[in-house]
Design a protein around this ligand. Structure first.
Ligand SMILES: [Mg+2]
Length: 252
């Protein structure tokens, strides 16, 4: 059952050492524009000694700029788990993932739906994930032709990626295989708003859903089903409330 985030007891929240936040719809407003309350809350967590990291569908250089602006100390996971760094100042990790299956699937879709498949501008900045729009093409028609590639609708854009890559799996690898600051999954909170965060919510016991009015009812239900906790306030303002609740348990 999903609980209200205020049911995270001070004792439990006091054990949290790492907050991994999705960006769009979680730290921003519903349109992806910055939310000052969320930015302040990120700074508050860091001041309290809780590391904040990003786990997002955005590409790496975009997240690096945001990491610098907000002075976060935690990991950066970009491209829905495809690309990662242990801290903003580290080198990019070699996770062994390939972009080729997603590029092949994109080519197939372009041939099948001429003129309807548009790569988003930032696709050239990406190493693993492919982002595109499929104008007037139903999801079911896209899915039929993907082959062995996973397909996400983040609510902002469509994503193609080699199967087996996810935000949750990459974060687990950073903590378990790479021993990030000896922080365990149970000392980590994952916070997100959309179906691209489901892998995080499934793999980490302390997960918080931030509602996003852009999601369809079906998408919202799918995310809510796997989230342990939920905020009643949407997007960046919701994140700020949750972060203040966690910070208060740390005496901030
Ligand atoms: Mg999001």
């Amino acid at each position: 059952m999903t609980l209200h985030y205020k049911q995270i007891s001070p004792e439990l929240a006091g054990h949290f050492r790492l907050v991994m936040a999705d960006v769009d719809g979680t730290l921003t407003d519903e349109h992806g524009s910055p939310n000052e309350a969320a930015n302040e809350a990120v700074r508050l967590l860091e001041e309290c000694g809780i590391s904040v990291g990003f786990v997002s569908g955005r590409h790496l250089s975009n997240l690096e700029a945001l990491a610098k602006q907000l002075s976060i100390s935690g990991p950066i996971i970009a491209e829905n788990g495809g690309v990662a760094k242990l801290t903003p100042d580290d080198n990019t990790l070699d996770l062994g993932y390939s972009r080729q299956p997603a590029l092949d699937a994109l080519d197939r879709l372009k041939k099948l739906f001429p003129g309807a498949i548009r790569e988003r501008e930032d696709n050239v900045e990406r190493f693993i994930d492919v982002v595109f729009f499929a104008d007037g093409v139903a999801h079911a028609d896209v899915i039929q032709h993907l082959g062995n590639v996973q397909y996400y609708d983040s609510g902002y854009v469509l994503h193609l990626m080699e199967r087996g890559i996810s935000k949750g799996r990459t974060l687990l690898r950073l903590l378990n295989e790479m021993g990030y600051k000896q922080i365990s999954p149970t000392e980590t909170v994952v916070i997100g708003d959309s179906p691209t965060d489901i892998s995080l919510f499934e793999l980490f016991p302390h997960s918080i859903m931030i509602p996003n009015p852009r999601l369809t009812d079906e998408q919202s239900r799918a995310v809510l089903k796997v989230a342990r906790y939920v905020s009643d306030i949407p997007c960046g303002d919701g994140f700020a409330e949750v972060a203040r609740h966690i910070a208060a348990a740390h005496g901030c």
